[in-house]
Structures are given as C-alpha cells and as structure tokens.
Design a binder for this molecule. Sequence first.
Ligand code: SF4
Ligand code: SF4
Length: 165
Amino acid sequence: MDAAVGSLREVKVPAKPAGKIRMPPVVSSDAPDFVKNVTAKIMAQQGDSVPVSGMPDDGTWPTATTQFEKRNIATEIPVWDPTVCIQCAQCSLVCPHASIRVKAYDPAVLNQAPATFKSADAKGKEFAGKKFTVQVAPEDCTGCGLCVQRCRPSTRPCPARRRST
Ligand code: SF4
Ligand code: SF4
C-alpha cells in the first residue's frame, strides 16, 4: 500500500480538449423539430434542460422517431448463418432492443436485393415457396449477446455468432 501511495501521480487535465476530433450532431439535421429539441437532448444526457412545455400535452410520444436514434454502441454484433438456422425466431423474440427481425417473404423481392443479402428457403408448410431472412440492425444492436445465447443451434454450429464491428 505504501508503494501504491508513493506511486500516485497527479494527472493534469487541460482546460479544454486538445484533440481535433469533434462529436457529430446527436441526430440528423433531417430530424423533425421534436426530435431535435426533446429526444436529442435526452440522448445527450441533457434531459433536465427540456422544459415541461416542450413535452407533448397528453403524454403521447411521436411515432417513427427511433429512426433518428442510432447509437452504434455495439462492439460485437450477431451474424446469421442461414445454413444451420432452424427459423425458430427466438433470437428476435428475446432481443430487448428490437434489433433483430425475422421475415418470410415472396422470393421475387430478392431481385432488387444486394448480392450480400442473405436468405434461405422458408421452413414450415404455411410458408411453402417463401424465402426467409434473419436481419440484424447493427446501428440499434447493443451487442448484449442475448440472441446468441438463446439460439438453440448455437450449442452446435452457431447460426447467430458474434462478430466484432
Ligand atoms: S446482441 Fe442483443 S441487442 Fe444485438 S441483436 Fe442480439 S439480442 Fe439484440
Ligand atoms: S434463434 Fe437461431 S435458429 Fe432461431 S431463428 Fe434465430 S438464428 Fe435461427
């Protein structure tokens, strides 16, 4: 303990940042006024500065605002492997941030999909002839790993593996 105390050094903290990196705006300039004036302040930990008059009178929150709330905080995101997925949708069910979605759809829509878009033949007779995709929204994912832990085949080959971003 004496050695630790003896090794303590004061760290000088500059009065202002010396680096040239600047934080980007919290939300896009295309965001609606409510998002800029209320949601963005809350996201920036400045919610206390939002006046009561800035909040909706009836307490309802404008819809379609999550499209402007992209935190990009995950250091790892799940990766779907369609070759071993049993299409149980448990990964989507457990995701606390609705960041992972499953969908069965008409194969024709794949004509306009990028070459890297993954799909598989949908399982189950009610989806005969359909294609199936598990899609992660990387900007919304927190990297918590719950989907990977819940994925049943992940105890064997792992359909929802984690990948560093
Ligand atoms: S890692 Fe967590 S936040 Fe990301 S998709 Fe899986 S369950 Fe959702
Ligand atoms: S939990 Fe695993 S097996 Fe089930 S749909 Fe998601 S990736 Fe596929």
